[in-house]
Design a protein around this ligand. Structure first.
Ligand code: SF4
Length: 224
């Protein structure tokens, strides 16, 4: 069970989450003007593969692997043209390589047989691809300008709890809470803002509240 940060949000009295959400987004957007997906890709297929490989590993690690991978595997058929062991070797460094190779091959097969070799636009079609869970479908849709939900990773979960935006533990329930208050036009960038804020300032073990633009009035977990 992941650590909970819900109780930290009792330290300080702040306005309601509906009143705070827009200033939170505005201040984070100034602080992290460069916040964007850290995966490197050139087309929807590379985006989908990168996100599938990013489970349980860092984006830096995925980029290191895909730099070579995408030279060799350019279309869905390429993932099925090699023995599965070869694909496993090529993605080995991202971890969980057996499950990931299986998911990739299943997905490629479905892209070829049901979507003319293209990555589908529809969120529901993305969810039907083998090994594509809600988080992956959310990231892919958001990057294609069609956000259907809000990506909740470990940083988004922690920050949502610390900022008092959700008292839930389960990422699906946290996402539901966020979708109620974050303006729809911000669904794609909001998780990037929290992820970068989590990496740079609101560290899991030691949040740097002294450097945080939300500390004075917008964060109920503030140590100031
Ligand atoms: S770093 Fe900012 S967001 Fe994190 S707990 Fe401190 S004040 Fe809150």
């Amino acid at each position: 069970m992941a650590k909970s940060y819900v109780k930290e949000a009792r330290r300080k009295k702040v306005a309601s989450k509906r009143q705070r959400i827009e200033p939170i987004i505005d201040r984070l957007a100034v602080e992290h003007a460069d916040a964007a997906i850290a995966l490197t890709f050139r087309n929807p297929l590379e985006l989908l593969v990168s996100v599938m490989l990013s489970a349980q590993t860092t984006d830096v690690n995925v980029n290191r692997v895909t730099e070579k991978l995408f030279v060799k595997y350019r279309k869905p058929e390429d993932y099925l043209a090699v023995p599965v062991e070869e694909l496993e070797r090529d993605i080995f460094a991202t971890g969980f390589y057996r499950q990931k190779a299986k998911a990739l091959r299943g997905t490629m097969e479905q892209l070829i047989t049901q979507h003319d070799g293209q990555v589908p636009e529809s969120f529901d079609d993305l969810l039907k691809l083998p090994g594509v869970a809600r988080k992956t479908a959310n990231v892919v849709s958001a990057e294609r300008g069609n956000a259907q939900g809000i990506v909740v990773d470990t940083h988004v979960r922690r920050l949502s709890q610390r900022l008092g935006l959700s008292r839930q533990e389960d990422p699906v329930k946290i996402e539901r809470d966020l979708m109620r208050i974050v303006p729809r036009g911000d669904w794609a960038r909001f998780p990037h803002l929290l992820i970068w804020h989590g990496r740079r300032i609101c560290d899991a073990r030691r949040p740097h509240c002294e450097d945080c633009p939300l500390a004075a009035d917008l964060c109920p977990s503030s140590l100031l």
